[in-house]
Design a binder for this molecule. Structure first.
Ligand SMILES: C[S@@+](CC[C@H](N)C(=O)[O-])C[C@H]1O[C@@H](n2cnc3c(N)ncnc32)[C@H](O)[C@@H]1O
Length: 252
């Protein structure tokens, strides 16, 4: 699937997974600030919209048992927290991530909001999930799949852990095509973000990796086809904010 984009070019034998975990450990202290600053807070609205799609799907279920969601690549737990705010009753969320640094900030946020009983954050890799098949009613991933070392393995594993009828909701950056948003986005992503990101996060590569990884990542119909290949049914794509990001949904 094209050239493998990794955060650090001078990294010896380190795998993409190891580099990505190290990069997020490095920038964890400034991740939330930079995330909301660069997106002008729009990322919050994108996660809300993604959660609404999942809620509508889950609402159609007649099963009265507690719902269990997985938030893959949970990072500092923003999507897991959004799930709790969404008003779905009787909900448990398991967040999974390979970066201990991001998880540690996530755990503090979960604790501060009093949701430690309902949200559990664990260290784990999307390519090898420590859960039985048919565990989750749904899963979310925000800005995670682009970082997976093994994209299809991750999509297959998340599919395996979904209950039949469960839905996966994937939020990821895409590339706008219309003028002038395409040109503005290009300047913002390729010039402004790497400069400011380097200054604030102190990691000179992390915010150059971001545009490079978005550029190389399959989007739109190409991504939908990969989901279908991994067994997902009823796949849909929703373009957000002129195509800067997209939500993909698929059902087991
Ligand atoms: C850009 S952050 C997104 C965090 C969070 N979902 C959000 O919306 O802010 C990407 C996260 O994906 C995690 N990640 C990357 N590859 C992963 C993998 N193979 N398995 C689990 N987590 C992974 C990183 O450690 C990082 O915390």
């Amino acid at each position: 699937m094209g050239t493998k984009i990794t955060p650090y070019t001078q990294s010896g034998q380190e795998s993409k997974k190891e580099q990505v975990a190290r990069m997020f450990d490095n920038i964890a202290h400034s991740y939330d600030f930079l995330n909301h600053f660069f997106s002008l807070g729009i990322d919050v609205l994108w996660r809300k919209k993604a959660m609404r799609l999942l809620k509508v799907h889950l609402g159609a279920k007649s099963d009265p048992r507690p719902l269990h969601l997985m938030d893959m690549a949970t990072g500092t737990a923003d999507f897991a927290l959004e799930a709790m705010r969404s008003g779905i009753d009787n909900l448990n969320v398991t967040g999974v991530d390979i970066s201990p640094g991001m998880l540690s900030i996530g755990r503090k946020k979960v604790e501060r909001r009093g949701w430690s009983k309902c949200i559990k954050l664990i260290e784990g890799d999307s390519a090898d999930l420590p859960f039985a098949a048919n565990t989750f009613d749904g899963y979310t991933v925000a800005f995670g799949v682009r970082n997976f070392e093994k994209l299809e393995k991750g999509l297959n594993e998340m599919h395996r852990t979904l209950k039949p009828g469960g839905m996966g909701v994937i939020l990821e950056f895409s590339k706008p095509t219309a003028t002038p948003i395409k040109q503005i986005f290009h300047f913002y992503f390729h010039t402004l973000m790497p400069g400011v990101g380097k200054l604030v996060s102190k990691d000179s590569d992390a915010y150059s990796y971001l545009p490079e990884s978005v550029e190389a990542f399959p989007e739109g119909d190409d991504f939908v086809k990969i989901m279908e290949k991994c067994g997902y049914k009823k796949c849909h794509m929703h373009r957000l904010t002129g195509g800067i990001a997209s939500i993909y949904t698929g059902v087991k």
